[in-house]
Design a protein around this ligand. Sequence first.
Ligand code: IMP
Length: 193
Amino acid sequence: MIIYFITSNPHKVEEVRELAADKGISIRHLHYEYPELQLDAIEEVAIASANHIRREKWAEINAPFFIEDSGLLIHALNDFPGPFSAFVFRKIGNEGILKLMAGKEGGERRATFKTVVAFCRDPDAEPSLFIGTVEGRIADRARGDGGFGFDPIFEYEGTGTTFAEMSTEEKNKVSHRSRAFTKFLNHILQHLH
Ligand code: IMP
């Protein structure tokens, strides 16, 4: 069975390919930039994106596909930027987030990373969701050269290292994305493979 991962982010593809390969599932990448709506929750954005692709592209893809939407939720900022993470990263980047966090210490720097996978199995059904989260804190300064996006400022609570200081393999052992995709890939193995 062929399952397509629709995304324009090659970093996500790399992380997910490693996870899928470990379970013997092959994922095909389809590069397609879909409009991302600005809604109040990451789940709502993922559902809207998957439904948009299902309606506009099913005839062309003609196979099960998934997308994923992720975001950083900083608790002292009322879970900002959450569903606006891509926009905020483009506009102010990690340095901008660090400025917003100036003066915040200890527990005030707590944050959650969240991934929502939206899977469309057929052209007529609403997507199924698989969600993963990981707890951490916003580092005092950017550290590490690996990963992408907010990785240099997100310290994993288990080790205190930032995601950018980890290899893909290490990040995949604990990340929000790997937790969401482990649920998703187990579902595929149990029901569809
Ligand atoms: P989206 O899921 O592509 O909309 O991601 C939202 C924003 O969060 C983008 O700026 C991404 O670069 C960032 N992001 C998503 N996943 C991760 C991750 O695993 N680490 C760091 N930043 C991420």
